[in-house]
Write a protein that binds this ligand. Structure first.
Ligand SMILES: O=C(O)CCC(=O)C(=O)O
Length: 275
């Protein structure tokens, strides 16, 4: 393995960043890693993502909105040491812990979301709809692996929506897009979007934060790596939805409702004690 940056040094978030996350349910952490640091990870992540993405070969007529939104590869860290080094990064995990106000964070899962050239929009949705974990115990980091512009599809957030709980949009689909866009357009919500992000910038959003991404109208792919962190020692909820059962089975194997959300698939990535 080539010499990779360790990401062992920590980044203390500013009061503004902390407050933005508390108030809005999302925050942009600029230059969480530099393009030089990120560079050795990019090709291995893209290569592995292209190999294992489960929806890359769906024919045009069978593609749903979900498949047009991105090619999705999950848990790259288990398959490749370079991906593992990226996902295990203490610097990223520590930011997640500070924003969650947690003494430690574990991995829930990683994913590479590659919105392909001319790819479709990512419908409005809330991640916690899928999770067997309370929305305030989990947080998603979204980091573009290349410099991106609005035209390529950058995540966009509804400010304060993390306080609203389940807005009943359901699973990511045209249905969630329709229901939730009506809510956003008719309600008192304001949204935050970015014209441009650099590779290595990262947004973090809470479990119930309502978000979407526009379509990719360019000829370039828009790969983004996401890592979902959960507060150490948080419990698994009593499950209400089929999607939560599936997530529990996939990402917390052997763990049951009411148990602590800990399995061999959920390594401790940062903790005050482990330092
Ligand atoms: O990358 C995208 O298009 C969507 C990202 C997203 O929904 C997420 O990371 O939760």
């Amino acid at each position: 393995m080539t010499n990779l940056p360790s990401f062992d040094d920590l980044r203390v978030i500013s009061e503004d960043e902390r407050n933005s996350f508390k108030t809005n349910g999302h925050v942009l952490v600029e230059s969480l890693c530099s393009s030089t640091e990120l560079s050795p990870f990019v090709n291995p992540l893209l290569k592995l993502g292209a190999e294992i993405s489960w929806n890359k070969n769906i024919s045009l007529e069978d593609q749903r909105t979900y498949d047009r939104a991105f090619h999705q590869a999950i848990n790259l860290w288990r398959l490749d040491p370079v991906a593992e080094a990226f996902v295990m990064a203490k610097r990223f995990a520590h930011v997640a812990a500070q924003l969650l106000d947690a003494n430690g964070v574990r991995l829930y899962h990683d994913q590479l979301l590659n919105k392909k050239a001319n790819g479709g929009h990512t419908p409005w949705h809330q991640d916690a709809f899928y999770w067997p974990i309370a929305g305030h115990h989990a947080i998603t980091m979204w980091m573009p692996l290349v410099d991106v512009t609005t035209e390529m599809g950058i995540v966009e957030f509804v400010n304060g929506s993390h306080q609203e709980g389940d807005l009943k949009g359901g699973a990511i689909s045209e249905n969630s897009e329709q229901k939730l866009s009506e809510l956003v357009n008719e309600g008192d919500f304001s949204t935050s979007s970015y014209k441009r992000l650099n590779a290595g910038d990262a947004t973090f959003h809470a479990g119930w934060t309502l978000h979407r991404a526009g379509s990719n109208t360019t000829q370039m792919d828009r790969p983004a790596m996401t890592v979902i962190y959960i507060a150490d020692q948080c419990p698994v909820l009593n499950l209400e939805r089929e999607e939560q059962h599936l997530d529990l089975f996939m990402y917390l194997p052997g763990v049951k409702e009411g148990d602590l959300a800990i399995s061999p698939m959920n390594p401790l990535l940062w903790s005050e004690i482990k330092q």
